[in-house]
Each structure stands twice: as C-alpha cells, then as structure tokens.
Design a protein around this ligand. Structure first.
Ligand code: ATR
Length: 276
C-alpha cells in the first residue's frame, strides 16, 4: 500500500490524516497517511527514512522543505515554501497548494469576492509566503505585508515582484494603515506569547478576517476580528480541507469532494472514518 504523511512540529493534533483517509475512502484509493513529528534540523533525515511516496509539510518546515526539493512548481518557487512533496526519482518535487486552498475557501465556501480588495497579511514566514502569490493572482488591489521583523516583510514583498501592489510594513506602522477589506493572520503568534494588540481601525463593518490556523490557535485573532466588527471571521479549517484536496489531486490524479469532509470536521454531517 502506498504511504503518505504530514510532517511538522507539533503534529499530533493535525487533522490531515483524517481528511486524507476520508478522501481516499470517497475515491476508492488504498493508501496510508500518517502524521510524523519532525523539526527543521531532523526533517531531511526523517523524510528519507519514512518511505513515503508523497508528503504534506506544515509548520515550521515549509521553507526547509522547499530548500531540499530537486524541482518545484512555479507557485512554490514564487512562495519559496512548499506544503506538498511528490517523489521524483531519487529527489522531491515541491508544490504549494495553500494559496489555492485559501482562495477556494474564501470565494467558493464563504462567497467572498477578492477582486480589487485591500488586503492586510499579518506575518511573513512560510505560511504567509504560501498564500501571498495566490491572493495577488486572485485580483486583489493591494497587499500590505506587516511583520514583527520588518526585514522579513521586505523580503516577502520583494519576492512577489509586484511593487505597485505589494507594500511591506513593520508592526509599529499598523495604527496608520487604515481599513482593510480582508485581514489574514499568517503569524504563529498564538502558539507563543500571542499577538500584540491590533488597532480596531484596521477592520470595518464589511471586512472579512481569516486566520490560517484552526482550533484553539485561531480563537484570539477571530475574537479580535468580531470585536472589531468584521462581517466574516473565518478559521483555517476550510483552507486546510481545500489545500488537502489539491495535494490529493497531485498525488492520485483525482480531486475529492471537499464539502462533506469540511462539514464532518465542523461537527455537521456524517462523522469521518478514522485514519487507523
Ligand atoms: P510559519 O511557517 O508559521 O510562517 P515561521 O516561518 O516561523 O512559521 O513564521 C512565523 C510568523 O509569525 C513570522 O511572521 C513571525 O514574525 P517574525 O518574522 O518577526 O518572527 C510571526 N510571529 C510569531 N510570533 C509572533 C508574535 N508574538 N507577534 C507577532 N508576530 C509573530
């Protein structure tokens, strides 16, 4: 049986094994998909020893994984980060389905129109890099990248090669940035000391906020978004399901239905089969 895995740290709470098991059952594909703990230093060795045909990669490994690819898709090269690995002879081909997953979730599941929107991207690490190119491709008007370390925001903005639309700012510039149509939290702050207070003036009554994490990690930012009056406050569960479907398609050549899996994970609809 072909073997797949998601690598990251921490990884024990990942929903990816449940999602891929449900997709495999739906499509009649026999495969195993497990979660494997790996940090930046030991990832290459653990991946090599794992015997997987393909893999997903999550925090904090998306940029490390890009660096070990022998080949990468255009969107992964633009992001400098991968979330999907496909075996390619003795090496690995990298792709990044995060951006597509986010845009599908926002536009198709939540009915948002991203064209001509003003977007704030909080964070400039691997998660932010994964979604920035696809947000630009979706036709947004402006992308402001705000990061605690301003030099990383500069690097992300430079990598997008679109100086007319993409602007980098330090965290201290937030109070002067005005209102955004879409606010994306791509920081890992909830896993550490938490986000510093965000100015309420960043959001308005028609704004949408999305946190790329799900579960407990998404609670503080989404609570802020509701308090700031945002019309939509969305966690990263839908994006997770959509990026997984796109990875599944790359490995198996068939795109599964995502709505029943999203409903099951959200506690609506039928329960999912378990990975074991
Ligand atoms: P990921 O793959 O999740 O992007 P990462 O590359 O380690 O992981 O990036 C984490 C992001 O969260 C960075 O943008 C980081 O800001 P710095 O570049 O300044 O480190 C941001 N981040 C983490 N903790 C934060 C906090 N407490 N406040 C603000 N930003 C934070």
């Amino acid at each position: 049986m072909k073997r797949y895995a998601v690598f990251g740290s921490p990884i024990s709470h990942s929903q990816s094994p449940r999602i891929h098991a449900a997709f495999a059952q739906q499509c009649g594909i026999a495969m195993a998909y497990v979660a494997i703990e790996a940090g930046r230093d030991d990832f290459a060795a653990i991946l090599a020893a794992s015997g997987v045909q393909g893999a997903n990669v999550t925090l904090p490994l998306k940029e490390t994984a890009f660096a070990l690819c022998t080949d990468a898709s255009a969107r992964a090269r633009r992001a400098g980060a991968v979330n999907t690995l496909l075996r390619d002879g003795d090496g690995w081909r990298g792709d990044n389905t995060d951006g597509l997953g986010l845009v599908r979730d926002l536009t198709e599941r939540h009915g948002l129109d991203l064209r001509e929107r003003r977007v704030l991207l909080l964070g400039a690490g691997g998660a932010a890099r994964g979604v920035a190119p696809t947000l630009l491709d979706a036709g947004i008007r402006e992308l402001v990248v705000a990061n605690r370390s301003p030099e990383r925001a500069d690097a992300l903005a430079d990598a997008m090669g679109d100086p007319g639309r993409v602007h980098a700012r330090g965290w201290d510039a937030l109070p002067a940035l005005g209102e955004f149509d879409l606010l994306v939290n791509a920081t890992s702050a909830a896993r550490g000391v938490g986000l510093p207070p965000l100015p309420m003036a960043l959001a308005g009554l028609r704004s949408a906020a999305v946190d790329l994490s799900y579960g407990e990690a998404a609670v503080p930012f989404l609570a802020w978004a509701r308090a700031a009056g945002c019309m939509h406050a969305v966690d990263g569960l839908g994006m997770l399901v959509e990026q997984a479907a796109e990875s599944f398609r790359l490995w198996h050549g068939v795109r599964p239905e995502t709505d029943p899996v999203y409903a099951a994970l959200n506690g609506q609809g039928d329960a999912l089969v378990t990975a074991d």
